[in-house]
Ligand binder design. Structure first.
Ligand SMILES: Nc1ccn([C@@H]2O[C@H](COP(=O)(O)OP(=O)(O)OP(=O)(O)O)[C@@H](O)[C@H]2O)c(=O)n1
Ligand SMILES: C[C@](O)(CO)[C@H](O)COP(=O)(O)O
Length: 272
């Protein structure tokens, strides 16, 4: 019998950056909520067995109402405070009833443009690895930045390619939020490093794992309070350094709805 394939849709965020006044996954775009668009996109993958939805706790009823129209959604469970908490709750929920060999694809509900081809590529990677992420090569040069010293200091920072000052004030990946400051009032930042572009890929979801691997990894990092992962591949990398995390080609079109402009684009891309 072939392995069961479960897609976990992570919809446990509150959507602060999208500025929609509530979780963006419940915003209606082209006649359907973003969550429904993502469920429908995942349902187009022929190999799918089931979908588990993780929803922000205050909006469980709305998600369950949506799920009732999709027979392959088997449960809607509450998420946690951080994305990694939502992932951990999801995989623990699955581990309570499914074998360790189950193929689990964790996917952002905020990525409604996912295609069957990308889901299939992530899934196929599990034939040769226990963990795999989808990613695309960066077409832009990636820079590392830190907050500029008070007074705007343009002082000489480390040269291109160096790791940076490491003074603890570096802006962590994922926390640089240009929406945080009104236009024209950008906080001062300076360039401290330019990693070689050919090594820079932008990680996306779906990310695919054997259930026993991702459960073990999340149990380990749940005790690692110094670690604040922004995706599940990095959870495996940190918790189980001997487990290779395969990288398979994602899709530049599989973007994440994060900011208000992404919702405007979604209205065009997901129209009728
Ligand atoms: N505690 C959390 C936080 C996020 N997510 C989900 O993970 C994906 C990426 O999260 P993000 O884009 O950060 O969404 P929000 O947390 O809603 O955004 P914000 O940080 O702007 O509040 C989304 O599908 C989101 O719903 C989750 O399941 N549980
Ligand atoms: C998992 C992810 O989509 C990979 O790019 C991303 O890290 C999610 O970030 P978010 O801040 O939870 O949207």
């Amino acid at each position: 019998m072939s392995d069961r394939r479960v897609v976990v849709l992570l919809a446990g965020g509150v959507g602060r950056r999208a500025g929609a006044g509530g979780p963006k996954q419940l915003v209606t775009v082209g006649g359907h909520t973003l969550l429904e668009h993502t469920i429908a996109a995942v349902e187009r993958w022929a190999a799918l067995d089931e979908i588990l939805v993780v929803m922000e706790a205050a909006h469980l009823d709305a998600a369950r109402c949506i799920a009732a129209r999709h027979s392959r959604v088997t449960a809607v469970i509450p998420g946690g405070a951080e994305r990694a908490d939502s992932s951990r709750l999801a995989v623990e929920h699955l581990a309570a009833r499914l074998p360790g060999r189950t193929r689990v694809l964790l996917h952002d509900a905020a990525r409604p443009y996912v295609t069957p081809a990308v889901l299939a590529r992530a899934d196929a990677a599990l034939d040769r690895a226990d963990a795999a992420v989808t990613a695309v090569p960066s077409v832009d040069t990636v820079i590392e930045v830190e907050a500029a010293p008070a007074g705007g200091g343009s002082g000489a920072g480390p040269s291109a390619g160096e790791a940076g000052a490491g003074d603890g004030r570096r802006i962590a990946a994922g926390t640089v939020d240009t929406d945080a400051a009104p236009a024209g009032q950008e906080p001062g930042r300076r360039l401290v490093g330019v990693p070689p572009r050919e090594r820079m890929w932008l990680v996306q979801t779906p990310q695919a794992f054997r259930l026993d691997t991702i459960v073990a990894a999340h149990r380990i990092i749940a005790r690692d309070v110094a670690f604040t992962p922004t995706d599940d591949g990095s959870v495996v990398r940190r918790a189980l350094p001997d487990v290779p995390v395969a990288v398979v080609l994602g899709d530049p079109a599989n973007t994440k709805v994060t900011r208000p402009e992404d919702l405007r684009v979604a209205r065009r891309r997901l129209a009728g």
